[in-house]
Ligand binder design. Structure first.
Ligand SMILES: Nc1nc2c(ncn2[C@@H]2O[C@H](COP(=O)(O)OP(=O)(O)O)[C@@H](O)[C@H]2O)c(=O)[nH]1
Ligand SMILES: [Mg+2]
Length: 350
C-alpha cells in the first residue's frame, strides 16, 4: 500500500509528511528547496496486534504499513504541476493532495493568495492533463497502426472524451476489466484521492473546498499541519498529554490511516503464532485465496484451504489448540470472503 503526497509548493506537504511519520524532514519557507523525495513506512495503528501479542508472545510483531511519499513538485503558474513531478505517484495506490488552508503572511503562496478551491482545481487539472497526454499519444499510435477497432482504443477513447472536457475520472469510471486492459498506463485520474486541507492555526475558509471536493465524490480530511508535526515529534508519553490538552483524542496519523482505509475500502486480517503476529491489509470483499497471496504468492497459487477465526474468539479461547477443541475454528475454501479481524492459517501446496 502506497500513497504519494502532492500539492502546490509551500502548501505544507513536507509538514504533513512529518506529522504522519514523526520524522523531521526539512521544510522550507520559500519555493525551490531540496528536490528529494521523502519516504517512510507508516505502521497502521491496530490495537488488535497488541492483544494478539499478549496471547502469543511472538518474537516479532508486524503492523500493516502504508508507504508515504512526499514528492517535491515543480509548479508553473501557467502550466500547473509539471508532468515530470507526477511520475512519482503513478505507482501509488492513492493520491494524497495537500491544499494550503492556513493564513500566514510569513509563508508566500505561489499564486499569491490563499484560495483552497482554486488550488484544488489547479492540481486536478494537472492530473487530468498528464493523463490526457498519455492517452492522446497512445491513441495516435494505435491509429497509425490501423487498429482503431481494438478494445484498447475504444476504452482510451472513452477516457479521452471525459478528460478533454476537463473531468476527473474517479475510481468508478472504468470497470475492473477495463482497468486491467489499461493497467500499464497507471493513470492518475482513476486513483482514489484523499484531499488534506492543511488548516494551520489561522484557518482559511474551507467551505468552498469542501463543496468542490464533494462535487467530484472526494472527501476532505483536515489537519493543522504545523501543530500536528510538532506533536508527532514528541516522545509518545508527552504526545498523549499534549493531545489531551488540545482536546484531540489521537494523533493525526491514526485519523489519516483510518480515512485512507475507508477511502480505499481496506480491511486488515492477521496471521499469528509464536514466531510472529502480523497484520495484512487487503481490499474489502477479497477472497481468502487472494488475501493469501498478500502473504506469499505460493499460498495463492497452491491454496488448499484456510483455518479461520475472528481475533476476539481466538483470544477468548486462549489459543489455536483450545479454539480447535471447542470447534471454534472454521475451515474455509478459496471463495470465502476474508473479513476484517480474521486470524488465518493458510494450508497450501507448493
Ligand atoms: N503557519 C503555518 N505554517 C505552516 C503550516 N504548515 C506548513 N507551514 C509552513 O509553510 C512552509 C512550507 O511548508 P512545507 O511543508 O515545506 O511545504 P511544501 O513545500 O509543500 O513541502 C514552511 O515554512 C512551513 O513551516 C501550518 O499549519 N501553519
Ligand atoms: Mg516539501
Amino acid at each position: 500500500m502506497e500513497t504519494g503526497i502532492i500539492g502546490l509548493p509551500l502548501s505544507g506537504k513536507t509538514t504533513i509528511f512529518n506529522s504522519l511519520t514523526g520524522l523531521a524532514a526539512a521544510t522550507t519557507s520559500y519555493s525551490g528547496g531540496k528536490k528529494q523525495v521523502n519516504l517512510s513506512e507508516v505502521a497502521v495503528p491496530d490495537e488488535r496486534i497488541e492483544k494478539l501479542t499478549d496471547l502469543f508472545h511472538p518474537k516479532k510483531k508486524v503492523h500493516a504499513s502504508v508507504l508515504v511519499k512526499d514528492i517535491p513538485v515543480q509548479f508553473d503558474t501557467q502550466k500547473g504541476i509539471l508532468p515530470e513531478s507526477l511520475g512519482e505517484i503513478r505507482n501509488a495506490d492513492a493520491v494524497t493532495i495537500v491544499i494550503r488552508a492556513f493564513e500566514d503572511r510569513a509563508v508566500p503562496h505561489p499564486l499569491d493568495t490563499v484560495d483552497p478551491p482554486r488550488d484544488l482545481q489547479k492540481i486536478l487539472d494537472s492530473l487530468i492533463f498528464s493523463d490526457y497526454e498519455i492517452v492522446e499519444k497512445r491513441m495516435d499510435r494505435i491509429a497509425r497502426e490501423g487498429k482503431k477497432a481494438d478494445r484498447e482504443y475504444l476504452i482510451l477513447k472513452k477516457i479521452y472524451d471525459r478528460l478533454s472536457e476537463g473531468e476527473f475520472l474517479g475510481t468508478d469510471f472504468l470497470t475492473p476489466d477495463e482497468l486491467n486492459v489499461l493497467s500499464g498506463f497507471r493513470f492518475l485520474t482513476v486513483k482514489p484521492v484523499i484531499i488534506i486541507a492543511n488548516t494551520g492555526e489561522n484557518k482559511a475558509d474551507i467551505s468552498g473546498l469542501k463543496t468542490k471536493a464533494e462535487s467530484i465524490g472526494l472527501s476532505l480530511f483536515t489537519i493543522s499541519g504545523q501543530l500536528e508535526m510538532d506533536i508527532a515529534q514528541l516522545a509518545s508519553g508527552d504526545q498523549q498529554e499534549f493531545l489531551t490538552d488540545l482536546g484531540l483524542s489521537e494523533p493525526a496519523v491514526n485519523r489519516f490511516i483510518r480515512h485512507l482505509y475507508k477511502t480505499l475500502n481496506l480491511i486488515s486480517f492477521f496471521t499469528a503464532g509464536e514466531d510472529e503476529v502480523r497484520a495484512w491489509s487487503v481490499s474489502r470483499g477479497s477472497s481468502i485465496r487472494k488475501a493469501a497471496g498478500k502473504i506469499h504468492s505460493d499460498m495463492e497459487k497452491g491454496f488448499i484451504r484456510a483455518e479461520v477465526i475472528q481475533w476476539e474468539e481466538l483470544l477468548k479461547a486462549g489459543g489455536f489448540s483450545q479454539a480447535k477443541k471447542e470447534g471454534a475454528i472454521r475451515l474455509e475454501g478459496k471463495t470465502y470472503t476474508v473479513q476484517d479481524g480474521d486470524v488465518v492459517v493458510i494450508r497450501f501446496n507448493v
